[in-house]
Design a protein around this ligand. Structure first.
Ligand SMILES: C[S@@+](CC[C@H](N)C(=O)[O-])C[C@H]1O[C@@H](n2cnc3c(N)ncnc32)[C@H](O)[C@@H]1O
Length: 219
């Protein structure tokens, strides 16, 4: 029997309930050996991020950015070109090594870290935090912890940008991945901390949904 491992590929191995993140590291290891492809491995930044930066024109000089679940660093490198002092992290050490190799000489600091247990000095730490396509790959019980964990990384006066696949209310999905509902996107807002600035629901050519949502933290 084949199982969708939540990364867009089929695996003969079912996801282990006690190791929810292990499938990512396994995929990156297999890809390094040439036995698999990482479906989100692209040279260009995510188009919804590139559009947002072209529109918002954020000036990163003297400001910091953090990229959650950075994979091979396509989005982190983009933010660095805008002047942000950028840190990018992933739970997969193989992905992080791959990002460092791929972008040798890059100013981006690539780190292995777990969103659910980040270094203490990252809390309230970054002027711009990017969460793109990661939370949707986590099962509901982890997602409920991951959403507030993302918000805790935003500095006072900072911005959180969330990019995600979306699903309509009542639409059933047999994840992983589990595209986010509007309520899950709204949950990134944290009372007294993050407030929504703009939530865009984007219909892509195949009729699917994407979210691009921007939240701000008061200074
Ligand atoms: C679907 S991929 C998206 C990668 C990247 N954000 C992109 O859009 O190209 C999800 C990424 O999140 C990472 N990840 C999963 N759980 C994580 C966690 N708890 N902390 C940090 N990274 C995590 C995975 O290793 C993987 O690289």
């Amino acid at each position: 029997m084949q199982h969708n491992d939540g990364t867009g590929r089929l695996s003969s191995r079912p996801p282990a309930a006690d190791d929810p993140f292990g499938r990512f590291e396994r995929l990156y290891v297999e890809a390094e050996r040439g036995e698999a492809e990482v479906p989100w491995d692209r040279d260009a930044p995510h188009s919804l991020l590139a559009e947002w930066t072209a529109r918002a024109r954020p000036d990163g000089s003297g400001r910091t950015a953090l990229v959650v679940g950075c994979g091979f660093g396509r989005d982190a490198e983009h933010l660095a070109t805008l002047g942000f002092a950028t840190v990018a992290f992933d739970i997969s050490p193989t992905a992080v090594r791959g990002a460092r190799r791929r972008h040798a000489g890059s100013p981006v600091r690539y780190e292995t870290a777990d969103l659910l247990d980040p270094p203490a000095d990252w809390l309230d730490g970054f002027d711009l935090v990017l969460e793109s396509m990661n939370v949707q790959a986590l099962p509901a019980e982890l997602r409920a912890r991951a959403i507030p964990a993302v918000g805790r990384l935003v500095a006072p006066g900072g911005t959180l940008l969330v990019i995600a696949a979306g699903r309509r209310d009542g639409e059933q999905v047999d994840g992983p991945p589990w595209p986010l509902t509007r309520a899950e996107v709204d949950a990134f807002a944290a009372p007294g901390a993050l407030t929504p600035a703009q939530v865009e629901e984007i219909v892509v050519p195949d009729g699917g949904l994407r979210w691009r949502a921007e939240f701000r933290r008061a200074g």
